[in-house]
Design a protein around this ligand. Sequence first.
Ligand code: NCD
Length: 337
Amino acid sequence: MNFVGAHVLSVSQFDRDAIEQVFTVADKMEPYAHRDRVTRVLEGAILGNMFFEPSTRTRVSFGCAFNLLGGEVRETTEIKTSSLAKGESFYDTARVLSGYSDVIVMRHQTEGSVQEFATASRVPVLNGGDGSNEHPSQALLDLYTIRKEMAAQGKDIDNLRIALIGDLRYGRAVHSLCRLLCLYRKVHFTLVSPPELSLPDSYVDEMRAGGHTVIESQDLAPGISHADIVYVTRTQEERFPSQEEAEKYKGLFRLNQSIYTQFCEPNTVIMHPLPRDSRGNANELDNDLNENPNLAIFRQTDNGVLVRMALFALILDVVHLVDKYARDVSWYTAKRF
Ligand code: NCD
C-alpha cells in the first residue's frame, strides 16, 4: 500500500505489510504522545476534522494526533451548523473544504458517505466512521492494542481466541476489526449477540472462508470462558428504527468482576471501543472492573493517538522528518503513561 496522499476509507485497503508499517510508525510516536519530546513536523498544515455524528475520542484523538505533530485543527461538528443543512451536496462541501485543509477526517451517519465525499476531495480523506459500515482507524488501534496485550503474554495474533459481545449487527468497530483479523492465521471467533443483532453474513462468510473458526452463541458465560480477548460493545441505539426497539437489547450481556472471575481465564483481556453505556439499563461493562489490570479500554484510547499520528505521518510523508523537527518538552508533564 502506498500511503502518501492516500485516502483511508476501508480496512480492505490494508494487508499485513501495510499494518506493520502503521504499527512501526505508531511505536516511533510514543515519546511525542507521552510528552517526552515535541515535534513541529506538520507546522503550517491544517486538518479538517468533520464529525457529523456524536464523537468524543475519535474526534479529539485525531485532533490531538495532528496537534502533536505540530499541525492545526479546524472542526465542524454538527450537520445543523454546516451547509449540509442548507442542502449542499457532499461533492460541493468536499471541493470547498479540501481547499482549506491538507487532510480531512470525516464521520457521518450514512454508509458510504465518506467514500462519496473522498471522490470529490482534493486532499486525502480518512474515514472516522460511516454509519454502521466501517471504522478503520478504530480497528487499527484495536489490533495494535491486541498485538501489544498478547505480546505481553508471549502470544501472537495468529491463533487468537476472541469473543465479540453485543450489537454485532450495527457495530462498525467490530465490522472493521473482524476484517483485519481475517488477515491473520486461525483466529477463533466467538460471536455473542441476540439473533437480531448478529454479525452480518458477509463478515461471517469471509471469516470462515479464510480458515477461521466462528462460533455463534447467545450465552455470555460459555462465550467468554476460553478467550484471550473479550471485546464488549454498546447497543448502537442511534441505528435502530426506534428507541423502544433499542431498549429491548440493552443490558442483555453484562460483564462485571464477579462474572469475569467466575468464567474468564485469569489473564483474559477486556476491550471495548467505548463509549461504554454506564446507564443502569445497559451497563455492559461494569465500573467494578476499573481496577482489573486486564481491563485494556484506556490503553486502547491511549494507543489511538499513536495509531492516528502514524496514519497522518505516513499519508503526509513526514515519517523520516519527525525526529528532525523535535525538541524536549519545556513544561511540567504529569505521569500518565
Ligand atoms: C465507536 C463508534 O463510534 O463506532 N466509538 C468510537 O469511535 N470509539 C463505538 C460506539 O459508538 O459504540
